[in-house]
Design a protein around this ligand. Structure first.
Ligand code: UDX
Length: 437
């Protein structure tokens, strides 16, 4: 059944959701306050670099199933469901800034003259959905006919289209059976493909998202703490992760030790969860998350310290080559990038830092972007492998050995093949793995 769906907010989440909804067969209008972005989207151009998104936008803007506007009047009484895909950035206190969601409700609600379902997808502190419903009902001519439901997204950057079209699960926080029925029609295609469905109340839906993020972050910090243990005791954290990962109760995913997590979601979402836990007096959770964060930050500092130690204790005036700038491979996103934090810490201590990344643009004072790996490493006193782009695994250490001043590489992601680098005359240092040199 074809529904009329509006998607409010057209950045990373909104653009992907709008394209996905069109692919599910619905009529879709995306709304945003930025006219330049709307013009681009109407031409089928993606506002962000995301694998497979542009072809899908192109296909459905051409087919007429998908269009974009800046005018809320076009969607208010048109849509069967309004999907909120707005950002919830971090505010100075660490709490989520809900102003974009508030502004969208304040614009939409006064135009809702007939009963409407508003479906939130943004990651929010628990209690937000109920609060937005109250706000919308106060402002809407339709009053209590306006209902909120919550449907968290679990999109990974670089896999956002795949995760939208073939999600691991669909979570629907609903308050009525009519909302549930309508949303099952919205997701009829993935549900027909046996995607697990969890139906729950609003608060549980909001918490499911942040719990998923916090649990994954915990896995990463746990393995990084074990990496330090391996370092202290002479063990190998990669073999340890492989071995415990074979236990299906544990699983190998998100047990890659190294520089830890970054990006636009994990760090801000778990901080916002800690702040909300504090507000609600759930100290055990906020303390727990603070430990996860402290371990994560510690990994960045440890790699920076290790680098300084490897060049003899003073990095000032030394040339450092950094491979990788994005927060993870497959994206040009540098928000809260562990690689850039380490690079900036070294630049602050007077190092000359050259950064190469296959996609990301580096705009930080003190860091110079190199056009190739070769350019970055030429004359380097030390090389740092900080974001594990697959192409870095296939670099030729013998060739790079001819370009550098000193053959030392720190593998901050534990992905390089130690013996290959050693055979080419390199000292390769991997946190949590005993060096055989
Ligand atoms: C994450 C969640 O996976 C997604 O469900 C949520 O909606 C948004 O946040 P994303 O930020 O795209 O997605 O990145 P993800 O692939 O999950 O990686 C997060 C960070 O953890 C990256 O910095 C990555 O390098 C790091 N990481 C991941 C590790 O350090 N070790 C691992 O084993 C896995």
């Amino acid at each position: 059944m074809t529904l009329r769906v509006s998607v409010i907010g057209t950045n990373y989440l909104g653009a992907t959701t709008a394209a996905g909804m069109a692919e599910f067969g619905h009529q879709v209008i995306g709304v945003d306050i930025l006219p330049e972005r709307i013009a681009k989207l109407n031409a089928g151009t993606s506002p962000i670099y995301e694998h497979n998104l542009e072809p899908l936008l192109e296909l459905h803007t051409r087919s007429g199933r998908l269009r974009f506007t800046t005018d809320y009047a076009e969607i208010a009484d048109w849509a069967d469901v309004h999907i909120l895909c707005l950002g919830t950035p971090q505010s100075a206190s660490g709490a989520a800034d809900l102003s974009q969601l508030h502004a969208a409700i304040d614009t939409l609600a006064p135009q809702l003259t007939r009963p409407a379902l508003i479906l939130g997808k943004s990651t929010v502190p628990v209690g937000t959905a109920a609060e937005l419903q109250e706000r919308a009902r106060r402002l809407a001519p339709a009053g209590d006919g306006v209902e909120i439901a919550w449907n968290p997204e679990f999109l990974r950057e670089a896999f956002a289209v795949e995760d939208t079209l073939r999600p691991d699960r669909i979570v629907l926080g609903v308050q009525s059976s009519s909302a549930r029925t309508l949303l099952e029609q919205v997701y009829a295609i993935p549900l027909s493909e046996q995607t697990p469905l969890v139906t729950c109340d609003l608060a549980t839906a909001e918490l499911i998202k942040v719990a998923a993020n916090a649990f994954l972050a915990t896995k990463i910090s746990f393995i990084n703490a074990m990496a330090q243990m391996c370092q202290a005791a002479g063990g190998d954290v990669t073999l340890l992760a492989d071995a415990i990962g074979y236990d299906s109760r544990i699983g190998r995913e998100f047990l890659n030790a190294g520089l830890g997590f970054g990006g636009g979601c994990f760090p801000k979402d778990i901080r916002a969860l800690a702040v909300r836990a504090d507000e609600l007096g759930v100290d055990v959770l906020s303390d727990f998350i603070s430990s996860v964060e402290a371990i994560n930050e510690g990994q960045r500092a440890a790699v920076a310290e290790l680098t300084v130690a490897q060049v003899g204790g003073d990095i000032s005036g030394k040339r450092v080559a950094v491979l990788g700038a994005s927060f993870k491979p497959g994206t040009d996103d540098t928000r809260n990038s562990p690689a850039l934090t380490v690079a900036a810490q070294l630049a602050d201590q007077g190092a000359e830092v050259y950064v190469f990344d296959p996609q990301a643009v580096v705009v930080r004072p003190g860091l110079t972007q190199a056009a190739s790996v070769e350019e970055a490493v030429t004359g380097a006193d030390i090389v740092l492998h900080l974001t594990e782009w697959p192409e870095f695994r296939y670099l030729d250490p013998a060739r790079l050995a001819e370009l550098v001043r000193t053959r030392i590489i720190i593998d901050g992601r534990l992905k390089l093949h130690q013996p290959t680098w050693q055979q080419a005359g390199w000292k390769i240092v991997q946190i949590g793995r005993a060096a055989t040199l």
